[in-house]
Design a protein around this ligand. Structure first.
Ligand code: ADP
Ligand code: MG
Length: 373
């Protein structure tokens, strides 16, 4: 077997934030590889780099041994990489057959007959495609009338018509009913017999259905581990970051939020609205985008509920910078309301444990006081 895709030391930075961080990956020709990982792990960015939509900051992507660097998207597509986006992109006012016709005929122009003929020599027909994607009965239906799952299958069919060597599918089960999920899964499995496929997936049931080989777990822009579904599911690191509904932020970040939360939790009784305000502020601290902030806020509800003594939390702070950040956040939390006696006591204890220079504490407090006045 030969490698269809090899990725070496890939880093993608967005304004200094590493969406992919020194990522290494490789897969054999003919493999169906499932990639999982929590929100924000870098899965979509990973596909963006392979398809040329995003240029890497560092590292190499080798497709069939060739560096795809600096090739525009359409060229990479022509080299044989087909991508299925999360939302179906089909022509809604055309019928299923017309949609497929369009791509099949497109392949009949001189260039593609010369250069992008299926290597196996098989001829792709609309009838064959309809059968593959299980839409024979809907051949003459307008695409707009298809269910979401049927649209997904139609788009997969349109991709297959272009006979890519490598098929990339981003969360094909998102938003599907159970039955549709199974259909799409079955389609991918049957395509896997003759294609190399990377399927990015979030839905664990779906992953169990299609992961017949290796699963790669992404976390914070790197490969956390790889193995069979069973191996991956039993890996404590995976349970921690993903399957066990562990937080989508690092332990260290969670630790910082826990400390700040204990300031607010000190007086124990507040209105639900107040809790929302505090959780919203805390989730903003490390969220990577608005969506993440939303999900993080829900996570925090569970994670911050546990009252852990400051004596256990503060010594885990590693750097001066982390201590300063915790100080700011904590003081901000208690300043958002009138500081009561209990909060004052807990805050004093925090200062003691942080053991930061007095001038620094005073400066941070003054800055935040100025904001709240
Ligand atoms: P996933 O698909 O695993 O949920 P993404 O690849 O979409 O993750 O995103 C990884 C991280 O990179 C996220 O924190 C996201 O906010 C960030 N990111 C993605 N695209 C951009 C961009 N164009 N600019 C800045 N940050 C981005
Ligand atoms: Mg994504």
């Amino acid at each position: 077997m030969s490698k269809i895709l090899e990725i070496k030391n890939l880093t993608v930075s967005f304004d200094g934030f590493k969406a992919l961080n020194d990522l290494n990956f490789s897969m054999e020709s003919g493999e169906l590889r499932v990639i999982i990982g929590p929100n924000g792990a870098g899965k979509t960015t990973f596909l963006d780099v392979i398809t040329g939509k995003v240029q890497p900051t560092k590292g190499r992507v080798l497709f069939k041994g060739k560096n795809i660097k600096k090739n525009p998207e359409y060229k990479i597509a022509r080299m044989g990489i087909g991508r299925k986006f999360q939302t179906p992109r089909v022509y809604l006012n055309l019928t299923v057959t017309e949609n497929l016709d369009l791509v099949c005929n497109h392949n009949k122009n001189v260039f593609s007959t010369l250069f992008s003929r299926p290597k196996s020599g098989e001829i792709i027909t609309v009838a064959g495609l309809l059968e593959t994607i299980g839409l024979e009965a809907k051949a003459n239906a307008q695409a707009a009338l298809l269910s979401h799952g049927e649209k997904q299958r139609l788009e997969i069919g349109m991709l297959v018509a272009q006979s890519p060597d490598l098929l990339l599918v981003d969360e094909p089960a998102a938003g599907l009913t159970d039955e549709e999920t199974e259909n799409v899964g079955a389609l991918l499995l049957s395509l896997a017999e003759s294609h190399s496929i990377i399927a990015i997936e979030h839905d664990m049931e779906f992953v169990r259905q299609i992961a017949n080989n290796k699963v790669t777990v992404l976390h914070q822009g790197s490969v956390l581990c790889e193995g069979t579904m069973d191996e991956v599911q039993n890996d404590p690191r995976v349970i921690e970051v993903y399957l066990g509904k562990a937080p989508s932020i690092t332990q260290q970040q969670m630790n910082m939020l826990r400390i700040a939360a204990s300031m607010a939790w000190a007086d124990g009784n507040f209105e639900p609205e107040q809790i929302d305000v505090i959780l919203s502020r805390l989730s903003r601290e490390f969220a990577t985008n608005v969506e993440h902030q939303d999900s993080l806020q829900k996570e925090l509800q569970n994670y911050l509920a546990k009252n852990i003594p400051l004596e256990d939390l503060v010594p885990k702070l590693k750097s001066f910078g982390e201590k300063e950040r915790v100080l700011k956040l904590s003081y901000e939390i208690i300043s958002s309301n009138e500081i009561n006696d209990r909060e004052a006591v807990v805050y004093q204890k925090l200062l003691q444990l942080l053991d930061l220079p007095t001038e620094m504490v005073e400066q941070v407090e003054a800055e935040i006081d100025a904001q709240y006045k």
